[in-house]
Design a protein around this ligand. Structure first.
Ligand code: GLN
Length: 484
């Protein structure tokens, strides 16, 4: 049961092979048995899950079920969920129960899916290793001494360890694609504006985007069908029809032009990871695609630009956590200033504080032009690189991450090295483009991800390109031995 994809589960539920209640119970018992080894969940919402499963079983029996009715899912703990704690991986929100649901959660509820629980993540989604969570590090199911990637590490590990058939993540600089790559699953960051950010706790508002984390591209299409769409409560969501993302999955790739940016294959890329990516490209040639070397000359500006823009926006977004309205409040404040200082000082972890300080500095009157304005200009150059590239090619491919999962603790004392984990993913966020990571092999028994970047709103093509590859390879079907 727990090795089936979403589409297989959906068919089995409709055929009456098992009920949603039985399926949900299976996942809950797997979580109870295995999650102490992985730490993928912050909260398991057993009672609500079983109630939702019972409701789904009624719908299935009545013949009114949709593709996700009765399907258990794990939700990143960044999405507000009414009645179930939403911590965002932080001490600050350890006591926060949202009075409303994020739009993404509403969509899944309307589709009749079942929320198993909320997944672990880096504190306020800041990190690439899931070590900054207030709830402790998440372990990679392929090797529990290694990180699962971040910030959606709990969501990725839950899917890889078969503790959920699929999950959601959010991606500000790589947080869906990089953990998907490190855990050997499929992850999709949609175009900025495709999925509503309402009720998704904001990190860097101009970069944040939610998307599916699944075993297969077909499952990602099913999830995106449910997640995408205009939302009048999010002024940055785009009013544009949502196609059926499953419709063109099997289209031929004959005539597809793949761009390979030379900057993504240079110094810093682990040679074995590079080899796995080249093997994947060779598969694409067999499928009828042609390959063209391209250049994204401003790639080297992506990480420095991101580490001005993202902290600047986070320093503003996180100013709402002041001990007055939400979350943690210090004991016995002597006055208002003491309340602010100690609530924030005690409630935030060190990575979050580092970002707030960098951001406040970059936005300060004397430095705004030198840092923030400059970063916005660099952001434009990075977008222009992609614009030129997409005049010549249909999709861009390369590695998702420069190396496979690293050891827990290996980079935690060196933020700059940690920041380089997202060197290939960040540019797509700065430009607002959609990107995917697809399992493409193993190096020393750890998964490697192939990244596919598409033009604006070209998610259907990304999914088609990923699905065709998954029809001729089986990397996405492998499971870590002890979690099969
Ligand atoms: N790792 C990047 C960071 O630490 C990206 C995080 C994300 O995409 N949420 O900011």
């Amino acid at each position: 049961m727990h090795n089936k994809t979403l589409s297989e589960l959906s068919a089995a539920l409709k055929a009456g092979e098992f009920s949603s209640t039985e399926l949900t119970q299976r996942y809950l018992s797997r979580i109870a048995e295995f999650d102490s080894q992985i730490n993928a969940y912050i909260t398991v919402s057993e009672k609500q899950a079983l109630a939702a499963a019972r409701a789904a079983d009624v719908q299935i029996a009545a013949g009114t079920a949709g593709p996700l009715t009765g399907i258990p899912l794990a939700q990143k703990d960044i999405f507000c969920t009414q009645g179930v704690k939403t911590s965002c991986g932080s001490k600050m929100l350890d006591n926060f129960i949202s009075p409303y649901n994020a739009t993404v959660i509403e969509h899944f509820n309307q589709a009749g899916s079942v929320m198993l629980g909320k997944t672990n993540m880096d504190e306020f989604a800041m990190g690439s290793s899931n070590e900054t969570s207030f709830y402790g590090a998440v372990k990679n199911p392929w090797n529990t001494d290694k990180v699962p990637g971040g910030s959606s590490g709990g969501s990725a590990a839950a899917v890889a360890a078969r503790l959920a058939p699929a999950s959601t993540g959010t991606d500000t600089g790589g947080s869906i694609r990089q953990p998907a790559s490190l855990c050997g699953i499929t992850g999709l960051k949609p175009t900025y504006g495709r999925v509503s950010r309402y009720g998704m706790i904001a990190f860097a508002s101009s970069l944040d985007q939610a998307g599916p984390m699944t075993r297969t591209a077909e499952d990602a299409a099913l999830m995106l069908n449910c997640m995408a769409g205009f939302d009048q409560r999010d002024s940055t969501s785009v009013e544009r029809e949502v196609p059926d993302y499953t419709a063109n999955l099997s289209d031929s790739l004959e005539g597809l032009t793949i761009g390979l940016p030379k900057e993504y294959f240079g110094e810093g890329l682990d040679a074995s990871v590079g080899k796995a990516v080249e093997d994947a490209i060779a598969e694409y040639k067999k499928l009828g695609a042609t390959v063209k070397e391209i250049s994204l000359p401003n790639t080297h500006l992506a990480v420095p630009t991101y580490y001005v823009v993202a902290p600047a926006e986070c320093s503003s977004n996180l100013s709402r956590f002041d001990g007055v309205r939400f979350g943690y409040r210090c004991d016995d404040p002597v006055d208002l200033e003491d309340l602010y200082k100690r609530s924030r000082g005690e409630g935030f972890g060190s990575e979050v504080k580092r970002r707030i300080m960098i951001g406040a500095y970059a936005l300060s009157a004397g430095y705004y032009d030198a840092y923030y304005i400059k970063a916005q200009q660099m952001r434009q150059l990075i977008s222009d690189d992609f614009k030129r590239a997409f005049e010549e090619v249909d999709v861009i491919m390369g590695p998702t991450a420069p190396e496979t999962a690293f050891g827990i603790g290996d980079k935690s004392d060196d933020p700059i090295t940690m920041y380089l984990s997202d060197i290939y993913t960040i540019a797509a966020n700065l430009a607002g483009l959609p990107g995917m990571s697809v399992p493409a092999g193993f190096v020393n028994d750890m998964p490697v991800g192939l990244q596919i970047i598409g033009n604006y709103f070209d998610e259907a093509r990304l999914l088609n390109v990923a699905h065709r590859y998954q029809q001729v390879t089986d990397w996405h079907q492998r499971a870590p031995a002890q979690f099969k």
